[in-house]
Design a protein around this ligand. Structure first.
Ligand code: CP3
Length: 342
């Protein structure tokens, strides 16, 4: 039984609206906070496959979402490429040594750091009902590179953009290395049971047009091509956050099967501009879900109406906020499930 989400990503369902939310497994759920407190941190959770599978399934049990996204992180790839990874409470992730002052070739890859993730995928698959879709994911090379180069998150990806201009050959080698590991990692998730995969390019929005072509479109196209060659039945969702009008080129040139839209994209513009029949995903502002009320219902219906006649997966424009009230999530699901094309 393929299910509503998979049918939509394949373009064969245009009438009903599946829903899942980015970051749906996480801190807004009391059951997540309880398990996290017990395991003592984020990485210990990710590396305990039974716990990670349980966390992946928590939002499905509570809300019945159409898709379950693997509980892991995009920074597992740099960790497997040989950087040290820590999540500092209140400060976010740290990778060391950073590639701003260390050569890529001095890292020693640790591919075993990917294997527990495949075990998580297998355990989720075993616990998931037949009509719900299991989503794997990875970061896109540009976004992952910004963390590998700077060693941490940054406001405008300054160090990485500067490196890409200063030494584009060295930076190309970093992008190619990440892309290579990402292809194997996603194929590993697919072999373990992932039925669709999403590429998160959270910092795509900071690049000038020519750089967007080189560091976003080209490596994502290479990943999609390799996945389509080796796993042709598995749809790839590309999410180039902040791409704005560059989405048009992204959709035309990467070969992704569906495009994720952030909340800054006008859904009416996307509906007119993106290729007819291309499945889209998004794009309610996560802050509306925090606020709740009539405005949440109105704007969710606006997104739904804009994409009538096109395959559409309902989602937020970015991850769900950690203080989001659970009743607002229930309210949103009611609106989406109650919607019918006019
Ligand atoms: O969507 C899901 O529910 C699946 C799991 C998932 C996580 N991170 C879990 C997580 C996914 C898909 C991600 C993607 C991710 N990770 C991205 C791309 C999407 C985006 O949000 O832009 C990025 C940039 C990261 C890197 C990352 N991981 C940061 C910057 C942080 C710290 C900020 C924060 O929210 O705490 C993380 C930690 C992280 N990844 C948490 C979760 C649930 C919080 C961990 C905790 O403290 O419990």
């Amino acid at each position: 039984m393929p299910g509503l989400l998979l049918d939509t990503l394949h373009g064969s369902n245009v009438d009903q609206r599946p829903i899942w939310l980015m970051r749906q497994a996480g801190r807004y759920l009391p059951e997540y906070r309880a398990l996290r407190a017990q395991k003592g941190g984020f990485l210990p959770l990710v590396y305990d496959s039974a716990a990670a599978a349980e966390i992946t399934l928590q939002p499905i049990r509570r809300f019945g979402f159409d898709g379950a996204i693997l509980f892991s992180d995009i920074l597992i790839v740099p960790y497997a490429m040989g950087q040290n990874l820590e999540f500092l409470v209140g400060e976010g992730p740290r990778l060391s040594p950073r590639l701003l002052d260390t050569a890529l070739t001095s890292l020693h890859a640790v591919p075993e750091r990917l294997t527990p993730i495949y075990e998580t995928v297998r355990q989720v698959k075993a616990g998931l009902g037949g009509s719900r879709t299991l989503l794997g994911f990875a970061g896109s090379p540009w976004t992952v590179a910004t963390y590998m180069v700077a060693g941490e998150g940054s406001r405008d990806q300054h160090d990485t953009r500067a490196l890409a201009y200063r030494d584009s050959g060295a930076f190309q080698a970093i992008i190619d290395a990440i892309a290579g590991v990402t292809i194997e990692y996603l194929l590993g998730q697919i072999a373990a049971g992932a039925e669709a995969v999403q590429l998160f390019d959270s910092w795509a929005g900071s690049l000038a047009p020519a750089e967007f072509e080189r560091w976003v479109i080209a490596p994502n196209a290479a990943i999609v091509k390799a996945l389509h060659a080796r796993a042709p039945q598995v749809p790839v969702i590309g999410f180039p956050k902040g791409a704005g009008e560059k989405l048009r080129a992204y959709a035309a040139e990467t070969g992704v099967d569906a495009v994720g839209l952030d909340e800054t994209i006008d859904p009416a513009w996307a509906a007119r501009t993106l290729p007819t029949g291309l499945p889209v995903q998004g794009n309610l502002d996560p802050l509306l879900l925090l606020a709740g009320g009539d405005e949440l219902g109105r704007q969710a219906l606006h997104v739904l109406d804009c994409f009538a006649g096109r395959p559409h997966v309902f989602n937020l424009g970015h991850g769900i906020g950690q203080t989001t009230p659970l009743e607002h999530v229930e309210q949103l699901i009611g609106v989406v499930r109650g919607w019918r094309p006019r």
